[in-house]
Design a protein around this ligand. Structure first.
Ligand code: FES
Length: 68
């Protein structure tokens, strides 16, 4: 599923796509575990984990293409 910036990705922690992307960019995160440490995302029901991984992959792809 594609999220808009203001959509909740993790409903339990009230994290929007924008929150996740910001954490990834500001802290230069590159793994799901790092996102989880940073935001506590997916620590309640875990059902958002796959969506968070998808956002991470999208960001990592952007990061690589910006460098290249
Ligand atoms: S929606 Fe993220 S832990 Fe439940």
């Amino acid at each position: 599923m594609d999220f808009e910036n203001n959509d909740f990705v993790c409903r339990h922690l009230q994290l929007t796509k924008k929150d996740i992307v910001r954490a990834i960019r500001e802290k230069n995160l590159s793994t799901f575990d790092e996102i989880q440490d940073e935001t506590d995302a997916a620590t309640v029901c875990g059902s958002c984990a796959a969506d968070i991984e998808a956002i991470l992959e999208e960001e990592l792809r952007k990061r690589t293409s910006e460098k290249g």
